[in-house]
Design a protein around this ligand. Structure first.
Ligand code: UD1
Length: 358
């Protein structure tokens, strides 16, 4: 049996792991290693529970600290784990510090690495996520690209060997939960309160949260929304609100981070998605919801090109209330959401790739 190690650590990676683990568990010696990067129950355990992912084989409990410290500690510990378990393949997802540490530890030990969600580029090298994904792509053996654009991005950097256009695995994650009729009391309660059109907001990019003036401006801007704004607050943003003494007010409604089922339910019934997260832009697209992204760049460029996603420049002086309100109230009834990120069964294509090539 092939020994396959998947390394996860942050919320979006648990979501991507779910459909793959379901396929890998019965046919391989599959080890799940959690770095511990996200540790609160509502940022980690709830995803394992709701998406039926078994308990990780090991949790390294490494979280917080600076990027260098966090990534360095993960690298040290993951090297030990890989040396001990000798996997045939290490799989990493996305663009987090856990992704970088996992790929680097395996690559230095000459263990093949499969990067899922390869080839995405925002071309903003100040973003830690961009630094991580560029480095990981260049040291990976196999690259699962979600779109034709991602394949082209890799080609431009000279990466053609080991690249497969598989489509985006989050399609499968969403499909896993889309048929559930689960509506938690929490969501029922929120929906009763808003009663009609509402916006779902997520905001946690360091570039938006770590500057007091910018974060204040962004919150002021969002407070001008004509619709209620439901805001599951990421721990980083919560800490920054406390540090900067910012208290978002109506129509923003702050709530604790949501599990995947609740988040998908909330998104499905929303009018607009407002975010600075990569995953949310794509989930909005899959669920055919217009999106406004509070960033200067995006790695999911197809969503913008198709008119389904609008970038609202987030520089301190660039936020424009008029443009924001216009975007939120624009007629979106004729928007098209072509399947640029592939069709379903992406995880099966990835498994085929593993078993045919590794
Ligand atoms: C990370 C990823 C980002 C991903 C995001 C999803 C990197 C560079 N960034 O950003 O790509 O989109 O996760 O959420 O890896 N914290 C808690 N409880 C938790 C998790 C985090 O209190 O459960 C705190 C941390 O201690 C830290 C802050 O929140 O102070 C930020 O967490 P961190 O892991 O550094 O990165 P994210 O901003 O979540």
């Amino acid at each position: 049996m092939k020994k396959i190690m998947t390394i996860v650590g942050a919320r979006p990676q648990f979501v991507k792991l779910a459909p793959l683990a379901k396929l890998l568990d019965p046919i391989s010696e599959h080890m799940i290693i959690h770095t511990g990067q996200h540790f609160d129950d509502n940022m980690s355990q709830v995803f394992f529970d709701q998406m039926n992912i078994r308990t990780p084989d090991l949790n390294l409990e490494i979280s917080g600290g600076s990027h260098g410290k966090q990534t360095g500690e993960m690298l040290i510990e993951l090297e030990k784990v890989i040396l001990d378990k000798c996997p045939d393949l290490v799989i990493v997802f996305g663009d987090t510090n856990s992704t970088l540490a996992g790929a680097l530890a395996a690559s230095k030990l000459h263990i093949p690495v499969l990067h899922i969600e390869a080839g995405l580029r925002s071309y903003d090298m100040k973003m830690p996520e961009e630094q991580n994904r560029v480095c990981v792509d260049h040291i990976s053996t196999f690259l699962s690209a979600p779109s034709e654009r991602a394949v082209q991005n890799l080609k431009q950097e000279g990466i053609t060997k080991g690249v497969s256009l598989t489509g985006d695995i989050m399609r499968d994650s969403l499909a896993m939960v889309s048929t559930t009729n689960h509506v938690s009391d929490k969501i029922k309660c929120i929906k009763n309160e808003v009663n009609g059109n509402y916006v779902v907001l997520t905001l946690h990019r360091a570039s938006n949260t770590d500057d007091k003036q910018l974060l204040t401006n962004i919150i002021n801007l969002i407070e001008s929304s004509p619709f209620p704004v439901i805001f599951p607050v990421h721990p980083r943003t919560k800490n920054k609100f406390k540090e900067f003494n910012i208290v978002p007010s109506s129509p923003i409604k702050c709530i604790d981070p949501l599990g995947y089922l609740d988040m998908v339910k909330l998104l499905k019934d929303s009018t607009y998605v407002l975010t600075d997260s990569g995953g949310l832009q794509k989930e909005a697209y899959f669920l055919k919801k217009p999106c406004i992204t509070i960033r200067d760049t995006t790695e999911w460029v197809e969503t913008v090109e198709n008119g389904c996603n609008t970038l609202v420049l987030s520089g301190v002086n660039a936020l424009d209330k008029v443009a924001f309100t216009q975007a939120l109230t624009a007629d979106v009834s004729s928007l098209q959401f072509p399947p640029v990120y592939g069709e379903k069964n992406v995880s099966q294509r990835i498994v085929d790739l593993i078993f045919n090539t590794v």
